[in-house]
Design a protein around this ligand. Sequence first.
Ligand code: HEC
Ligand code: HEC
Ligand code: HEC
Ligand code: HEC
Length: 434
Amino acid sequence: MEQNKNTARLLGAALLVLGGVLGYAAGSAKTEKPAAAAKPAAAETAQAETAAASTPIVQTAKVAAEGTGVVVTNAADWAEKFPNEYTTYMMNDENSEVHSYLELHPYLNTLYEGYGFAIQYGSARGHTYVVEDVQATGRPHKMANCYTCKTSNMTARVLNDGDSAYSMNFEDLSAEITDPFGCFHCHENEPGVLTVTHKYLYNALADDFDSVDPATLSCGQCHSEYHFAPDTKATTLAYTGLDTMNPDDMLNFYNTGFDEPFYDWIEEDTGVKKLKVQHPEFETFLGEGSPHAGMLTCADCHMGKTKAEDGTTFTDHYWTSPLDNQELLDSSCAACHKNLAAEVEAVHERINGRTDELGERLAALDDKLAETVAAGTLGEEELEQVRDDFRSAQWYWDFVFVENGDGAHNEKLATKCLDSAESYMEKIEEVLNR
Ligand code: HEC
Ligand code: HEC
Ligand code: HEC
Ligand code: HEC
């Protein structure tokens, strides 16, 4: 199987380059906003060379209709009609490894103290494991909203019943599951057509929705930073259009967009109203400084085009690291990257190294703040300011820590966030080290 796949990848390589080039032409033709992200000079050249040869295609994603009583067709029921996509989809079972973040980064126990993520926090693995993993977290689940990014049955529930589905009992929804991850999230019941079924993404992008490529929206449905709205418990994103889809405006929204600042939990010993960031791949990849926004889609790097034994070209549904796809690297990325593996390793080292360093430093400050609170040595006003600065420091730090690209999606933005975290930490240190 692996060998067939590799041969197939070689054959599909040429197509990938073509796909990338067309994708870029389409992206630049329709995107005003994402184009704000810096475009690499080499990409400009690539575009100039192909612009004449290709007619720009404007692609916009379909949005699922609501209240239609739609019933999910399970992934397994598509196996016969779409054997290549189904077989590669099932290969996600091979991505089964999990490691404990809490063991790898012990300082997390301090930073997430009092919240579910300090009980159990495993790394991500293949899409086929989502339901199993959410049920086994050991973290408390009150409501079905935890299933938002896990099972198609939840997605269909929300489409059919609206926001009330989010506050259903977790166990009641568990009993309805027939399709653990499925095709429905991305295709509804029309495999091949990219449909946005998670309406909160559509709502959050507002007028900019059509300017984002469907093969990026498809992933942004789940690989994005969300919160549960205090009133409805509905899964919601913290922005209204691409202009406010950045860490600064999102934090500002959490600070000022509600009757009182939004928080995920209050840490008991410090009194800090903490926010937990979650996997902001979408916001990071499309954010300011991204070298590939408007040029490549999530699928271009994480799903390749490949060829089946019978010669059919199809999209590989095994979601992996681009570094595990040598043919993709050679054919598509090599035009601009001589040794991408080494480049990625270097980015990871820079970003992860600094993230760990700042995480340790923030955890030490967390302990120190707890001591200060217990000692009662700070005036209420000053204490409130330190708490607020701590909330900001942890927000910016977590925005990088939980982003699964570890710097590879947008090193500039990751660096900017770490700079912000550090400057808040310096401010806190000034007060606590007096
Ligand atoms: C996470 C999103 C996602 C899920 C889940 C998903 N697909 Fe896809 N699918 C895509 C993307 C992205 C493409 C590429 C579309 C493009 O290039 O325009 C695609 C393309 C396809 C195509 C068009 C032909 C091809 O291979 O390019 C078919 C058919 C298809 N998928 C079937 C399925 C089936 C069957 C399942 C479930 C077993 C499934 N997909 C699950 C995202 C998804
Ligand atoms: C319905 C929600 C959903 C959609 C849509 C989705 N993902 Fe995911 N993805 C997840 C979840 C949840 C996990 C973690 C699964 C686990 O650990 O149990 C995950 C895991 C992954 C992983 C494995 C991560 C690892 O560390 O091994 C990759 C790669 C990935 N997704 C890429 C994509 C891409 C690319 C797209 C779009 C084509 C996409 N995903 C669309 C929810 C989604
Ligand atoms: C230009 C190529 C590129 C694009 C576009 C891209 N990624 Fe990635 N992504 C990477 C690289 C490189 C890594 C790091 C892989 C590694 O360390 O092996 C990565 C890592 C990940 C991971 C962690 C999985 C793993 O195996 O490490 C997830 C999940 C992910 N990306 C999702 C997304 C989503 C969602 C999007 C779109 C919003 C996206 N990516 C866009 C290149 C890309
Ligand atoms: C048209 C040129 C071009 C192509 C094609 C291209 N890249 Fe890049 N990529 C760039 C530029 C420019 C940068 C910015 C880094 C730099 O300054 O060296 C970059 C940076 C990156 C980074 C580091 C992230 C960051 O923020 O600096 C990763 C990871 C990456 N590319 C992955 C890929 C992958 C995977 C592919 C193939 C699917 C690919 N690239 C194709 C131009 C390109």
